[in-house]
Design a binder for this molecule. Structure first.
Ligand code: FAD
Length: 212
């Protein structure tokens, strides 16, 4: 059969890879390179060049069995990786790695807004699990408004997290389905984000430099 695949991102390329032994496959790609979001770019830094993966950075043993089988078939190496979340914005910063990281700025121990932000994390995780098991499809804005989470949690946890996961402009992301955020966090294994499984791994093409 003649098959046309529109889009040479990872979805189109994997489809082509699986179909081509038995079909006559043509991939149509609008960009000047294959891979779509999945692309490695070299960035020059004062410490030397860094190979940065833009779009496929982590996976885990629990949610990516077929992806792992594909990597094994293609001979793509991977390595264990710690996945954590941190925010640094001028005078404000925290990291999810430990209590020491969370309270890297010691004055946060005395800040009611920061304590409320921390207390909102398990509340958010509980609501996230409920959302995933429901058929409800609120936008991120609608969902957060329903949950009544603090401004600090929304502005210092959700906004930077969504920007990190989706590379999204905060102004655009409010209309995205809330499920996207929760799903991405749990699927990739960002336990610091929405209570997902730990044990992330990062993948690198054979011979590629991977520094994270
Ligand atoms: C910064 C970032 C980090 C990410 N990190 C992870 C991660 O760690 N782990 C993970 O599991 N996922 C991650 N993702 C998500 C993952 O990268 C995407 O889910 C995946 O790359 C999507 O692949 P795709 O082929 O479906 O779409 P895309 O990569 O968007 O590919 C679509 C392709 O179709 C082409 N196209 C569109 N319209 C046309 C047209 N009309 N004609 C021809 N070509 C067309 C586009 O040019 C593009 O090449 C990340 C995404 C981003 C942005």
């Amino acid at each position: 059969m003649k098959v046309a695949i529109v889009g040479g991102g990872v979805s189109g390329l994997v489809a082509a890879h699986l179909l081509h032994p038995e079909h006559d496959v043509t991939v149509f790609e609008a960009a000047a390179y294959a891979g779509g979001h999945t692309n490695t770019v070299e960035v020059r830094t004062p410490r030397g060049p860094l190979a940065i993966d833009t779009g496929f950075i982590v996976f885990n043993d629990r949610n990516y069995p077929r992806f792992q089988a594909l990597l094994a078939e293609l001979g793509v190496a991977s390595q264990p990786s710690e996945m954590s979340f941190g925010v640094s914005d001028g005078d404000f910063e925290y990291a999810s790695t430990s209590a020491n990281g969370l309270y890297a700025k010691r004055s946060h121990l005395l800040s009611p807004a920061f304590q409320r932000m921390v207390a909102d994390v398990p509340r958010f995780q509980r609501h996230a699990r409920e959302l995933l098991s429901s058929a409800s499809e609120p936008s991120l804005r609608e969902w957060l408004a329903m949950l009544g989470l603090s401004d600090a949690f929304v502005e210092r946890v959700i906004v930077p997290q969504a920007a990190a996961v989706w590379s999204a402009d905060p102004d655009q992301m409010w209309t995205f389905p809330a499920r996207f955020l929760v799903d991405s966090s749990t699927t990739t294994g960002c336990s610091a984000c929405a209570g997902g499984p730990a044990g992330a791994r990062s993948a690198a093409a054979p011979g590629a430099t991977s520094r994270r």
